[in-house]
Design a protein around this ligand. Structure first.
Ligand SMILES: C[S@@+](CC[C@H](N)C(=O)[O-])C[C@H]1O[C@@H](n2cnc3c(N)ncnc32)[C@H](O)[C@@H]1O
Length: 287
């Protein structure tokens, strides 16, 4: 599995099957999906508009704990969704969630390294829809994997690629501790690169890119719901881990105060958080 130590445009990933880092990542992704439900709903609605037929065979590439797989299973009640990922712990979480939601019969998991040759579709027929969220940048050779994806889609079917452009932000400009602008400085040291542009790679892999759509997400605490504080805490703890060595000492101390549940300004007890982020989605069709 690839290892990433930046948080630019994606959620980094650590190696090792069933590692603590995998479990932490899975929690973060589940919180991300819970808080950003309105975005996921809008996105799957758009996919249903651009799909040439109602999909019955769907693949979620690099599914993680399956937030995409489950959203697609909800959106397309007649579909069987195959979730492929290298991390068995994430796939276990997905199977558990699928059981909780009563969709186990329509959500299958396949442990696979998508840097290598792919397993054939479980049902033996090409997919009607593929989804790859926050995944392509993990691959050693995304073009090679995309070419395999193309080979397993039927002509006319769509691959949806969606990426986080920047890590989400949560705090007001003045967080009450330390100097104003802490979160911006934290992002500046942990997000050194611009978001990746996938259009060319998709075209080179034989897809026709039909749309590239940025989603601006800006939710209040009320819109984001009760998981917001935990989501903010997990995200900021991750940024603190990656950015600690580059931050000024006073910013590190302020961040530690924010991550302390007992601190009066701690993230856990705040009512003034929001979530601001952008995601970009590409709709790529197999000609
Ligand atoms: C940032 S997570 C995104 C998970 C999910 N798509 C989502 O949006 O919540 C990236 C996922 O890619 C998986 N992954 C990384 N390299 C992989 C590989 N070579 N083959 C299969 N999965 C891989 C990781 O295990 C992880 O679950």
């Amino acid at each position: 599995m690839s290892t990433h130590h930046t948080t630019d445009g994606h959620i980094g990933h650590a190696s090792g099957p069933d590692s603590d880092a995998d479990a932490a990542m899975a929690e973060l992704l589940e919180l991300d999906a819970e808080v950003l439900t309105p975005y996921l709903t809008e996105l799957t609605g758009w996919i249903s508009d651009v799909a040439d037929t109602v999909p019955t065979r769907i693949a979620d590439l690099g599914s993680g704990p399956g937030t995409g797989a489950l959203a697609l299973a909800d959106r397309f009640p007649g579909a069987v969704v195959t979730a492929l990922d290298i991390a068995p712990g994430s796939l276990r979480r997905l199977r558990h969630q699928a059981a909780v939601r009563g969709v186990s019969d329509r959500v299958r998991t396949v442990e696979a390294n998508l840097d290598e040759a792919w397993p054939l579709p479980t049902h033996g027929e090409p997919y009607d829809l593929m989804w790859a969220a926050a995944f392509l940048h993990h691959l050693r050779d995304p073009a090679r994997t995309l070419a395999q994806a193309r080979g397993q889609l039927r002509p006319g079917a769509v691959l949806v690629v969606t990426e986080m452009d920047f890590f989400p932000r949560f705090l007001p400009e003045d967080a009450g501790v330390g100097r104003p602008g802490l979160e911006a400085r934290l992002h500046a040291v942990t997000n050194p690169n611009p978001p990746h542009e996938w259009s060319r790679t998709l075209t080179d892999a034989g897809f026709t890119v039909e749309a590239r759509r940025p989603f601006d997400i800006d939710l209040t605490a009320a819109q984001a719901g009760p998981a917001l504080n935990r989501y903010a805490e997990v995200c900021l703890a991750k940024l603190r881990f990656h950015g600690a060595g580059s931050l000024e000492a006073d910013d590190r101390a302020a961040l530690d105060a924010l991550l302390d549940d007992a601190h009066p300004y701690g993230i856990a007890g705040r009512g003034d958080l929001g979530v601001r982020t952008t995601r970009t989605t590409w709709i790529a069709r197999r000609p």
